[in-house]
Ligand binder design. Structure first.
Ligand code: PEP
Ligand code: MG
Length: 756
């Protein structure tokens, strides 16, 4: 059973569109279970009915025509209950509806299973037999397992159809929406550009080519190049090859010839596809077919094709990637966004971001917020490669992507864009005023940075310091570890730009969802693994060169603070302090005149909240990293969109812990602040202020809103709000309290969230 299931899934995986997928499903299931009928009904949301989309055994004239409402027939019953229905005598069931178009009167046994994706019934998979009999457990289990595995593929195929402007049953649609997660606030309306990792045949998007002749010429040149490479390789190792291995090389060369793969690719380019897309579709269809065959020799040939086509792809990408021109305003869409991909697009062209993976707490989403680029993350079902070149609207407040927008929808969102611009202009007017409540409680608003250009913006927006410079960002954008001198050159402008205001530089925090391209860390459970200070302690040479570079860069400025990420015990602190002392002594010996920087620790691992007294005897300050602290407190992977709704800033136990940290730090006279994203949420900022936090460090684009809110509330009132929030049972209750507070303070407009 497992083999059959696997091979059906694989075949469906390679189908070119929804109809092809459904045809494969009905044909293969009918054959596997030896039934008379196998049909698929899919929900067409435009009709709110389950449409017969494919069938083996029912009259073909009914396909695409016949449909049932959720209250109608046995199909409706399966959909409504979202459970299998297995009957030996269907025609006497009270829900049975006879559909004359299908000519199904002769079938008595009926087994229908729902196709469920993300808790929603997409459709119903049905098998029927003539004789009266219950389908046995094995058959039922087969259908349930298959349907669970097919759900994602069907959803994906439906989504691909929706982008072309059609519902599953072919009705013309517009304003098709895809749900994701709020990544970075804002709305963008622009052309989508699919970005994809290099050298991955399965990730190439569909794209049209403008000059077919030139594209064919280019493809043939690349093909020739690979042929030359292989011939040269064959010559080089000729003496070491056995005759059958030599034959393999000849077979490769043949595959690349004009009569074989090359020819097929050229035919696809002639249909208007770009060379990379044409190559990928030819390669993947051969690979899928070969992998399905029950023969080891042929399955190995699939690997050969992947390898050969990968070589051709290398040459195609080498040239096409370098010549890439981005539209004036574009929305990047991709499977998994990386800092390097973000950096590929000139900032002025980048209007928005859509990523199928990740959540609003992923590091790239934080980077997007810092850049002020609206982002939708975790849009699991978006067929991102099909978006390429299409107009999209993205709502980064709610995490929704719209394709095929109507004029009406576009106008509505354009109004929101205009409002955003107006609000930013209004916030600009308070940039030089202090963040002070109406009863004169002064709060200091600092910013988090990572990109070199951030420091200048921080100043323009009225930041009072940098509470977190994520030093890993420049590391992520390179192809090797930067040297001590290179690092000094990166850090110095940050310290200079803010001088005399403080700049807190965090030592390298890699691991988790921050992978350096040149220092691979592959782990089962990366957020629990080798990250932050744990990597630094195992590589003291990296750590010491980094802190030396930071201290060197601060010469004559003396506004550097060093901060350690992911600390979970005092041994790490002691070792880091020892290395910092050593670096400092070395620099003095080398004749530099530098003051010793303050050193702090990030409170991100819950255990460390119980060691604040021990920290106070060693370091100068702590800063709470709420992104990680909440992830570990609630056991929610911050990068996993499936559990993103459980990551809750307002969850009362989270507030309790933050309150405890403030109390403990206060008791031992240790400076304390927050530098996680929570500090940039206006509602949460009020609660943090009420707990006693006086320094809040946030992404640059949150600064204006947080300041505006603080200037409109009273400290005394916010303490009353906090007392109530700490006693609440859930985050929804806390959110309502905050909303009411901000409404009463007349600043609810600052919480404005788009939704067309
Ligand atoms: C945090 O964890 O809150 C934090 C600020 O660090 P990062 O988001 O870079 O992990
Ligand atoms: Mg962190």
């Amino acid at each position: 059973m497992l083999d059959t299931l696997r091979s059906i899934i694989q075949e469906v995986n390679g189908a070119k569109d929804l109809n092809a997928s459904l045809d494969i499903i009905t044909r293969r299931v009918q054959r596997a279970l030896q039934t008379k009928v196998c049909s698929v009904y899919l929900l067409d949301k435009n009709l709110d009915r389950y449409v017969l989309m494919a069938s083996i055994g029912l009259d073909q004239a009914a396909v695409g025509k016949v449909s049932l409402g959720a209250e109608e027939g046995l199909v409706g019953l399966v959909a409504r209950r979202a459970e299998p229905v297995n009957l030996d005598n269907a025609s006497i069931h009270p829900n049975y509806v006879y559909l004359p178009e299908t000519r199904e009167e002769q079938f008595e046994s009926f087994l229908g299973v729902p196709v469920i994706h993300h808790q929603q019934v997409l459709g119903v998979l049905v098998v029927q037999q003539v004789e009266k009999r219950i389908f046995d457990s094995e058959e039922e289990a087969f259908m349930i397992t298959l349907s669970a595995q097919l759900a994602g593929l069907i959803a994906n195929a439906e989504a691909r159809g929706a982008i072309t402007g059609f519902s599953p049953s072919g009705i013309k649609t517009s304003d098709v929406s895809f749900d994701g997660l709020a990544g970075a606030p804002g709305v963008a309306i622009a052309e989508a550009v699919a970005v994809f990792p290099p050298a991955d045949l399965s990730a190439i998007p569909k794209r049209e080519c403008k000059d077919i002749k030139a594209e064919i010429r280019f493809f043939k040149d690349c093909l020739d190049q690979v042929r030359i490479d292989i011939s040269e390789l064959k010559m080089k190792i000729k003496g070491q090859l056995r005759p059958e291995e030599r034959e393999l090389f000849d077979a490769y060369l043949h595959m690349l010839s004009d009569q074989a793969l090359g020819n097929e690719v050229v035919a696809r380019i002639q249909e208007g596809n770009w060379a990379q897309g044409a190559l990928a579709s030819v390669a993947m269809s051969h690979v899928n077919n070969l992998e399905m065959i029950d023969d080891d020799y042929l399955r190995e040939r699939a690997t050969d094709i992947k390898d050969l086509c990968g070589r051709v792809l290398f040459y195609l990408q080498d040239k096409q990637q370098k010549e890439r021109v981005f539209p004036e305003r574009c929305i990047l869409v991709c499977e998994e966004l990386s800092a390097a991909m973000l950096a590929e697009v000139p900032k002025e062209n980048l209007a928005g971001i859509v990523s199928a993976k990740g959540s609003g707490h992923s590091h790239v989403a934080i980077l997007a917020r810092g850049m002020g680029i609206p982002a939708v993350m975790g849009a699991i079902d978006i067929p991102f490669s099909e978006f390429d070149g299409k107009e999209l609207i993205i709502d980064g407040y709610n995490g929704i992507v719209y394709s095929n927008p109507s004029d009406e929808l576009r106008n509505r969102f354009q109004e929101i864009v205009n409002e955003q611009v107006q609000l930013s202009e209004e916030l600009e007017t308070i940039k030089d005023l202090p963040a002070e409540t109406i009863d004169k409680r002064r709060i200091h608003l600092w910013v988090n940075t990572g990109l070199i250009t951030d420091a200048a913006t921080a100043n323009q927006r009225g930041a009072e310091g940098i509470g977190l410079f994520r030093t890993e960002v420049p590391f992520l954008l390179r192809e090797h570890f930067p040297t001590e001198r290179e690092q000094t050159d990166i850090y110095r402008p940050q310290l200079e730009a803010l001088h005399p205001k403080p700049v807190t530089m965090r030592t390298l925090d890699i691991g988790g969802d921050k992978a350096l391209p040149y220092f691979t860390i592959k782990e089962e459970n990366p957020f629990m693994g080798w990250r932050g200070i744990r990597v630094s302690m195992d590589h003291p040479e990296l750590f010491i060169s980094q802190v030396r570079a930071m201290m060197k860069a601060s010469q004559g400025l003396d506004n550097l603070h060093i901060m350690l990420p992911m600390v979970s015990n005092m041994r790490q602190v002691d070792y880091a302090l020892h290395l910092i002392d050593r670096g400092y002594a070395e620099l003095l010996e080398e004749g530099l005149n530098i003051s010793k920087p303050d050193v702090g620790v990030m409170v991100e691992v819950p255990a460390i909240t119980y060691q604040i007294e021990a920290l106070a005897s060693r370091i100068n300050f702590i800063s709470v990293g709420t992104n990680d602290l909440i992830q570990y407190l609630l056991a929610v992977d911050r990068n996993n969109p499936r559990v993103a709704n459980l990551f809750s800033t307002y969850h009362p136990p989270v507030l309790q812990v933050l309150n405890d940290i403030a109390e403990r730090a206060e008791k031992v006279n240790l400076r304390y602040s927050v530098c996680g994203e929570m500090a940039g949420d206006p509602g949460a900022a009020i609660l943090l202020m009420a707990m006693g936090y006086r320094v809040l460090s946030m992404n640059i684009n949150a600064l204006g809103r947080v300041k505006a809110v603080i200037r409109n509330v009273s400290f005394e009132q916010s303490k009353i709000l906090l007392a109530k929030a700490l006693l609440a049972e859930d985050s929804e209750a806390v959110k309502s309290m905050i909303d009411l507070e901000l409404y009463n303070a007349g600043v609810e407009r600052l919480l404005r969230t788009a939704r067309g």
